[in-house]
Design a protein around this ligand. Structure first.
Ligand SMILES: Nc1nc2c(ncn2[C@@H]2O[C@H](COP(=O)(O)OP(=O)(O)O)[C@@H](O)[C@H]2O)c(=O)[nH]1
Ligand SMILES: [Mg+2]
Length: 473
């Protein structure tokens, strides 16, 4: 119980940090359209992706223990369904206790889907919520998705399927990508959608590749062949030689168990393991949150740092131009008076009057330089900074380069619109706050996560003999 409490308080702390330190800045500078915490404050989310009839819905039904989702060989279901827990009717038959349409789901701030409103009405009509009284859902929610189809039908969906998948993947703590033995490798599109939207650092931690329906293999040899094909396809897609772990499973309610599928008995532990990993979604959530804070605070930190660097360059321009104007105006006025004196134009003007006229002249020249002339040169200097935009920041490591990719456009747009007319002291204050989260805050989070691992190790010794009891306890 101690561990669960620890997880909960850590989560609250993290969300608090995002809400109070990062969101105000993110909204102000349009880094995000919705409060940052809106996508992470809900329950842990498991997203299920894969081809149609790879067995997504059947597997979900098996896990929750009831006929919640429609299943069938043809593309049966073209909706995204969020399946979450309803504790009011626990104990009875597992069933859908409450159902809502997309409009409800997209507009209720309790849910993290506000951002998906932008996909319009067609998407809203293919999005829904089901509350189910299944104990499996106590700590997590599942999102069932329509399968990938070929690209022609894809265009008829009326919303951008890949982008929706990308946004859901950002919300999800765990993503299952399902294959079946018949189409072991046609998930290129899903893969591209994920690759393009998930930050590289979290990509591998959060995705589980699953070969489902393994009961349909003719024999162990056949299974190994399918497995090999899948490995090959995955490595082609990822462009990597090392293959991620592929989990094996099937749904016993749909399976045709026979003598031929005798090998399945050796794979029961694989099925259990997968189920158990899914139930650990709250742990993944914590890592996800930590990475979320890390990424966004670093991005915002880099963004504000760029504004400051620009503004500092502008201030130094101001100072230099100020000194230049002062020098020029003094020289010019003394020179004029001197020439007038020796040419005799001034006659016998008293010395005081001479000094006063010289100062007035100097003043006028100075004001002229500091207004019209300066605006002209300052604009040119601004344009030069914009032209060599990358020089506003140092890009000495990959991490900084990644952050820069994420915020370069935003900072550019801001500076093009505002030019130098923003307050450096305000930006400095925001930068200090965000920088503290990006450095001290992130370090504390990582320390807390380590402590959490230690709590587990202290309770069970280093070998963690039974993780299941650990999770449940
Ligand atoms: N033999 C077998 N059939 C399965 C398995 N999982 C699903 N099916 C069948 O495959 C078809 C498609 O399943 P469904 O869950 O609707 O796939 P989805 O489109 O990915 O949601 C259905 O007829 C299921 O009965 C499995 O593990 N083994
Ligand atoms: Mg389905």
């Amino acid at each position: 119980m101690y561990r669960e409490n620890y997880i909960h308080s850590l989560q609250t702390e993290l969300i608090d940090m995002v809400e109070h330190k990062l969101t105000p800045v993110a909204l102000k500078y349009k880094y995000s359209e919705v409060p940052l915490e809106s996508t992470i404050k809900w329950r842990p989310v498991v997203l299920i992706l894969g081809n149609y009839s790879s067995g997504k819905s059947t597997l979900i039904n098996e896990y929750v223990g009831g006929d919640i989702q429609d299943t069938g060989q043809a593309p049966t279901d073209d909706s995204f369904t969020v399946i979450t827990y309803d504790n009011r009717e626990e104990g009875g038959d597992i069933r859908v206790t409450e159902e809502h349409d997309g409009r409800y789901l997209l507009n209720d701030p309790e849910y993290p889907f506000e951002k998906l409103k932008k996909y319009g009405r067609r998407f809203a009509s293919h999005f829904r919520l089901k509350k189910v009284n299944s104990p499996f859902l106590k700590e997590l929610a599942i999102i069932d998705t329509p399968g990938m189809l070929d690209s022609v039908t894809e265009r008829d969906r009326g919303y951008n399927y890949q982008e929706v998948i990308g946004d859901l993947a950002k919300i999800a703590d765990l993503i299952l990508v399902l294959f079946d033995p018949h189409k072991a490798g046609t998930v290129q599109e899903t893969y591209v959608a994920l690759r393009e939207t998930l930050p590289a650092s979290t990509f591998e931690e959060r995705i589980l590749f699953v070969l489902n329906r393994i009961d349909e293999c003719e024999s162990m040899t056949d299974l190994l062949q399918v497995y090999g094909t899948l490995c090959w396809n995955l490595s082609q897609m990822t462009g990597r030689k090392d293959i991620p772990q592929i989990h094996l499973t099937y749904s016993s309610s749909a399976a045709r168990e026979s003598e031929k599928t005798d090998y399945l008995k050796y794979l029961q532990n694989q099925r259990e393991e997968l189920k158990h990993t899914i139930q650990k979604a709250p742990d993944f959530r914590l890592d996800h949150l930590a990475t979320f804070v890390e990424n966004h605070s670093e991005n915002l930190d880099h963004f504000l740092e760029t504004l400051l660097s620009y503004k500092k360059k502008m201030l130094s321009f101001d100072i230099k131009f100020g000194l230049f104007s002062l020098g020029i105006s003094l020289i010019l006025s003394s020179l004029t008076i001197f020439i007038m004196m020796i040419s005799g134009v001034l006659g016998g003007m008293p010395l005081e009057a001479l000094i006063i006229s010289a100062s007035c002249l100097a003043g006028i020249v100075f004001v002229l330089l500091q207004t019209m002339v300066k605006t002209f040169f300052k604009s040119r200097f601004h344009k030069k900074l914009m032209r060599f935009f990358d020089q506003l920041t140092s890009l000495d490591n990959q991490r900084r380069r990644d952050n820069w990719d994420a915020i370069k456009k935003l900072s550019r747009e801001f500076l093009e619109k505002q030019t130098w007319r923003f307050s450096i002291s305000r930006v400095k204050k925001e930068y200090d706050d965000v920088h503290q989260v990006a450095t001290d805050g992130v370090r504390e989070i990582r320390e807390a996560l380590n402590e959490l691992t230690e709590i587990r190790e202290e309770r069970f010794g280093f070998s963690v003999p039974n993780e299941k009891t650990d999770y449940m306890g």
